[in-house]
Ligand binder design. Sequence first.
Ligand code: ADP
Length: 601
Amino acid sequence: MSFAEEATTDVPTLPETHSGIPVYLLDKARNAKAGVFDGRTKPIRDRQRLPVVPQGIERDDFLAALEDLKAKMGHEFVEINDKALKDGWYMEHPNTHDMMTILDEEELVASAVVYPSTTEEVQQIVLWANKHRIPIFPISMGRNLGYGGAAPRVRGSVTLDLGKRMNKILDINPEDYTCLVEPGVSFYALHEVLKEKGYDHMWVDTPDLGGGSILGNTLDRGVGYTPYGDHWACHSGLEVVLPTGEIIRTGMGALPGNNTWQAFPYGFGPYSDGLFSQSNFGIVTKMGMTLMPNPGGYESFMYTFQKEEDLGPLMEIIRPLRIGMILENVAQVRHVAQGIAAQGLPRSKFYQGSGSIPDEVLHTAAAESPAGDHTWAYYGMSYGPSHIRAYKLAIVDAEFLKIPGAKKVDPSTLPADDYYFSRDRIAAGIPDIHELRWVNWTPNGAHIAFSPVSPIRSADAMKLFGLGKKLHQQYGIDFFPAFIVGLREMHLIVEIVFDRDDTERKQAAMDCLRDMIDQAAALGYGEYRTHLVLMDQVASTYSWGDGALMKFNERLKDALDPNGILAPGKSGIWPKRYRGRGWEMTRESGLVSEGKGADGL
Ligand code: ADP
């Protein structure tokens, strides 16, 4: 299928497929798809490196092992990855590779995909992988875009697409405000089911885009925009298949007959859940999640700030308000460049030159936008009945307006499709699909993030902003920073948007990312999450005590996964069989993702 043909298929809906779009967003999704395919020129190429066989096993042994897997799982539930690599788009994404790859597209690809339907089948696959020493890589929905999507870190891994057949909401408890989900339940899907059941007293906390799985997003420590924001902090209880095939339940789940698995996350003894987040120590097959009580009213607000330097004083204002819960949800301070790109138009509509887009061009475009010219926009929401909101909003207003030139934007002056309303829905627990529009900025638009953590302070914000801006200018890249304020810290999220069919721009993006990571680390800042290709570098910045933390992780890895089969290299944790063979991706290794073999071959 050519991409022209791909462009004409309709967007899959829920419940047609577990990963579909809810009907209330169908038109929006169709428009989003048209925008993506309008800017697509990258052809679907013939495969260059077939068959894909993971290093560490002979080709014939591998093909025989796959036959063994098919016999166990059913032939239709094991697919060899030998077809053309179709990138699709957000709602029709591949499970074989990173649709937004910054490497050559044949680098981070799966050899095959398997679709288990139960925890016991996941266990069977793990035992099979151990028997044949084949690397496996679990995904829930595979929409972790900007961080690697569905791609495995080790080329030729067999991907476990858990979401396709394990997508049940196993329980919703309307009294305790909790649920228990399998890997394939998206934010869209849970929100739909809450509506269907008439459970409007409970909200699901949703991230910028609602198509990812609740489980995968939580394991990767994603955030949403209601006061529940921190997904990992809000989960309670996991069921995990260990790399050697044992199944455990964490927290209260370890107590047979308990009725508190989703209500009390800790249980008794060491709190083991942390081991399974951003890790390669287990495959999570069930997860408990808390739901937010409907606060009985809500009201979005947006302020704009004129100058780049306003960022510093703004952070000093935000910190006490956020820690004191006057600012109740994960706050966003977005740079106007991203706001302009969020209109979904190509960069060429604004600027045809090379190098970073000049500030004057951005301000001219902003002046014509409904919110008027500005440099920073703050999106927030106040919750509760109107008199409670009025109290908090008055404090926010008095504080924000201390910054000269600050303006409160009147939502009634904004068009119905303005980005503001997308933020409004998301902060009220209603998943949306607006966010990806800034990817249309370049042809074949892809994105990759740099996301360092800092305190909510003027000096830190300005240092990180300055560092990012300088390096983006050096590499001729447009700078899209947004500060996402948690409770006592903030993440700067810088999305580099690049043409994934332009080798030179991809190299520039990689160089810029590597410099940002190193220079931020030299100032004491580390990433909260990263793309597969940057995991080794980011892990190496967490080097206190002569790399004591990584040594600890490696000891755990070797104990839990002696054959090194589960997601080798994830978060920079390489099992013994791979260590010392050049698998780490560094500045020196360039755009090559593979090392030389694995112990045994
Ligand atoms: P999403 O479901 O939000 O699209 P992904 O499926 O892309 O997210 O997963 C995000 C990250 O979490 C990936 O690195 C993936 O390997 C990891 N992951 C996802 N699901 C599981 C799981 N069930 N067990 C262990 N790791 C997982």
